[in-house]
Design a protein around this ligand. Sequence first.
Ligand code: ADP
Length: 473
Amino acid sequence: MNVLITGYEAAPFYKRGGLGDVMESLPKALSKIGVDVRVVIPYYNDIKKKYNFKEEGEFVMKFESEEDRIGVYSSLLPQTKIPFYFLDNKRHKFISYKRGRDKINQFASFDLAVGHFIGWVSEHHHWSPDLIHCNDWHTAIIPLILRKKINLSIPTLLTIHNLMYQGVGSLKVLDLLHMKDEETKELKRDKPATAINFLGEGIIHATRVSTVSPTYAKEIEQTERDHSLISPFLVKREQEGLGKDRRVMGILNGIDYDIWDPAKDEFAFHKFDINNWEVGKKDNKDDLLKCLGLEDRPTFCFVGRMAAQKGLDILIKTINHISNFNVNIIILGSGTPKIQASVLKIAKKFTWVKAEVVYDEELAHKIYAGSDFIIVPSRYEPCGLIQMIAMRYGTIPIASDTGGLRDSILNGKNGFLFKKGKSIRLKKAIERALSRMQNKEKFKKMVERAMKTDFSWDKSAVLYKKLYEEMLR
Ligand code: ADP
């Protein structure tokens, strides 16, 4: 079975969040169980600067009023035989940090390029995908483009990694694609159609829709409280019929055990495993605290994007109420300037709080290895990888009881869950964690249970393979 996977980012070439991890580790896991998988992402300048791949060829497509030349570059994913392709728009370079309308137009152009790339790869590399696996809004109009523009009837899977980001923009983007308004399903029923919702179009037109944890699948089907506008698209999908399965399938992400392994980690100060974790973690913690100028105390960390979803405001409020707890808090992240500023402010206020407002892969590894606990106060969390990574390093999660956090943490057994949204509840969960830490035997059991919890891709890759097979039947 040949599967082409596409999305905004893919580690190690370009990564800013969990999608980047998944786009590297899922293909690896699928390839191990016999799926012939290839990946295609934009050739951002950052990738070009770092890798400077050789051009394999180019094709031409019509976007706006001009002919765009699209360069095709490729590389094998390190230590594998999996081809990764990078598409370069020679007139309008693909740029990772574009915002607003520019971003919408850019991904419309990338999605069209992926549509044409299918023909290119089959002609030049003698490989044709049986199925296209799209991820998030950036690549969500590929099913629409394949059907209505390129006339290719290949099954498509759309995986939603975060429903909050939908890619809403002006319908004018259809002019750029030379498509007609009637071909999209505008859902503002009483008003003249003015907007296109990329993710919505994906939900309607993809053969199947999935998301990254069973609980998040239920949450997005059942409630519109946290998110906007999913059910109208699901209803439209059902009305469209075509024998499509209405259900949003939830498959929990895994983590790459080659990358996130305390026994092999080149970035951590010290390597360790389940048999010597007490010494290993202590050594890592000593070096981490020394490096950040912190005293030897129970140490809590946060690693992640600084976006409203991640609940840093809840963490900051809690920090203000735990100054008598005698702990350290380490925060690593980057994102919204307002959240970054409030994190820096709290770090200035308390000497026991350290903030690193950067994207730093190496420091992230050191923090996972050297902390006692990781705080994940997300308002919603489709899957979340940081709690899984932390557990593999014997760092106990204290997380909101939502989405993939609920599906990966057993409350009181390998971590702590608290009812999301309230700082008082987080404070109580921190108290529970500290009291567990004082009971050395019980805490040891908890750490070992966390380290042994299976977050490898083995189970989930099989579920994806089954879903692909179902779609091809
Ligand atoms: P999301 O996909 O919402 O960003 P996840 O928990 O699924 O969140 O994945 C986050 C990934 O990005 C993890 O691999 C984490 O280590 C990494 N990450 C996030 N922020 C940073 C940062 N500032 N520096 C290094 N790694 C980061």
